[in-house]
Design a protein around this ligand. Structure first.
Ligand code: UD1
Ligand code: MG
Length: 449
């Protein structure tokens, strides 16, 4: 079955008190919109249509960032969810298949739930995602008769008796796309809000003799975001769930509540992630690696057997091969550290390629930036970079080469060569003793004044 996603994202989100459209606020480093689009992407949709309104340009750019083939349509006035879905009609002209309506501000609907809805569509014309609400509050209520969904009544329009129903509407609806659009054509706005309710299509479908049913999900999946407090709660819920999944998948987290994950963090089994580790976007940690406390990683790839931290920072383009050690106060950016490289203390490596087995001494810095351009440092395999070496890029150190501690390396070093680039040491016998004496005498004189 061919599927089209329609993602509603035109609302302003007044209660966010923000210049940014609501759906672009981030959870685990990704806009809410991406979370919704990612769940839908599991169904391999033929079309994804995002309905934008407030901040449409920004919403369009973000949707395309996630999926360059996404179509974005404009809803200039927010006249209701039914009206919003109708805006997607021209984009799906001639499309044969199912449409699934998602909300951009409801980020946690799972792939499994959407699959269950697609499944239920094989035996019903309209499928609505419902949930048993602990506090039904102002949600739309699902009026059922046995397995059949008869209609959805909005809270504002519901009778006292209907308000006692606890089975609520999540907003997610699936139907044949062309059936959906023709049902929406019949929706009016004669209701308490004066809006075109998408939810009215259920009653209309039933009147036309079409069937409708409810697929249920856990209430946690339907969590919507309307305020910054909701956003914080959504972030916490995401973090809790992902940590639990990692534990379940064979990752050791001695203090899971202190580890911060991104929406796309990948960690292999038998890894250990210690306390207070923060993952930014786009990090993959292969099986058996060890990320020690207080490290910060983004855009990085860490291979099997590598140890990172404590207090390490891996920035975008950090590529650690197997059994690499990156220790405390080491920052790596856009650099490949081949197998067995050790950079254990106080180092900056940027725009570099470091050969297998090379040892980088404490305090080493790749001077990669001249104020305008970035330059590359290349170090061969099995080299030894002495502590406090400044590698002024562009520069190459050959395989098996060495630099003396404290060197400022400005010229290439051939394979197997030692580069010494520092002032020659001089010894002045007795001069220290003499200096101390002089200084102490001066201090005593000043204190006597
Ligand atoms: C809607 C449902 C309600 C359900 C609830 C679940 C309707 C009429 N009601 O109510 O049954 O229980 O969601 O959260 O559908 N949007 C647009 N354009 C519009 C209006 C809305 O794009 O003109 C978007 C919003 O940005 C939002 C989504 O649609 O992402 C839902 O709109 P919202 O106003 O929050 O609907 P609710 O009143 O919560
Ligand atoms: Mg809402």
């Amino acid at each position: 079955m061919s599927i089209a996603l329609i993602v509603l994202a035109a609302g302003k989100g007044t209660r966010m008190k923000s210049d940014l459209p609501k759906v672009l606020h981030k959870i685990a480093h990704a806009p809410m919109l991406w979370h919704a689009m990612r769940a839908g992407a599991a169904l391999e949709p033929a079309h994804t249509v995002v309905v934008a309104g407030h901040g449409a340009d920004l919403v369009q750019a973000s949707a395309r960032d996630f999926d360059p083939t996404a179509q974005v349509v404009l809803q200039t006035e927010q006249l209701g969810t039914g009206h919003a879905v109708a805006q997607a009609r021209p984009a799906l002209e001639g499309f044969r298949g199912d449409a699934i309506v998602l909300y951009g501000d409801t980020p946690f609907i799972s792939q499994e739930t959407l699959t269950a809805m697609a499944e239920a569509r094989t035996s019903h014309d309209v499928v609505v995602l419902g949930f048993e609400a602990a506090d039904p509050a102002r949600y739309g209520r699902l009026v059922t008769q046995g397995n059949s969904l008869e209609r959805i009544v909005e809270f504002k329009d519901a009778s006292d008796q209907e308000r006692t129903i606890t089975l609520c509407n999540s907003g997610v609806i699936a139907a044949d796309a062309q059936v959906l659009f023709s049902l929406i054509e019949a929706v009016g706005n004669d209701n308490a809000s004066g809006e075109y309710y998408l939810t009215d299509i259920v009653g209309i479908a039933r009147e036309q003799g079409l069937s409708a049913t409810v697929v249920q999900c856990a209430e946690a999946e339907t969590l919507g975001v309307n305020s910054r407090a909701d956003l914080a709660a959504a972030e916490a819920a995401f973090q809790r769930r992902r940590r639990a999944e990692l534990l379940e998948n064979g990752i050791t987290l001695p203090a899971p509540e202190t580890v911060h994950l991104a929406w796309d963090t990948v960690i292999g089994r038998d890894c250990e992630v210690e306390q207070n580790v923060v993952f930014g976007p786009d990090v993959t940690v292969e099986s058996g690696a060890h990320i020690r406390a207080f490290s910060h990683l983004e855009g990085a790839h860490v291979s099997r057997g590598s140890v990172v931290g404590p207090y390490a920072r891996l920035r975008p383009g950090a590529e650690l091969a197997e059994n690499v050690h990156v220790g405390n106060f080491v920052e790596i950016k856009k650099a490949v550290l081949h197998e067995g490289v050790k950079a254990n203390h106080l180092t900056y490596i940027g725009d570099a390629d470091i050969g297998a087995g090379t040892n980088i001494g404490a305090g080493t810095i790749t001077c990669n930036y001249d104020g305008v351009f970035k330059h590359k440092t290349t170090i061969g395999a099995g080299a030894f970079i002495g502590s406090n070496t400044m590698l002024v890029a562009p520069v190459t150190i050959g395989a098996g080469g060495m630099t003396a501690s404290g060197s400022v390396i400005t010229e290439n070093v051939p394979d197997g060569a030692l580069a010494l680039a520092r002032g020659k040491q001089e010894i002045k016998p007795g001069l220290a003793t003499k200096l101390f004496k002089m200084l102490k005498a001066r201090k005593a004189k000043e204190q006597a004044k």
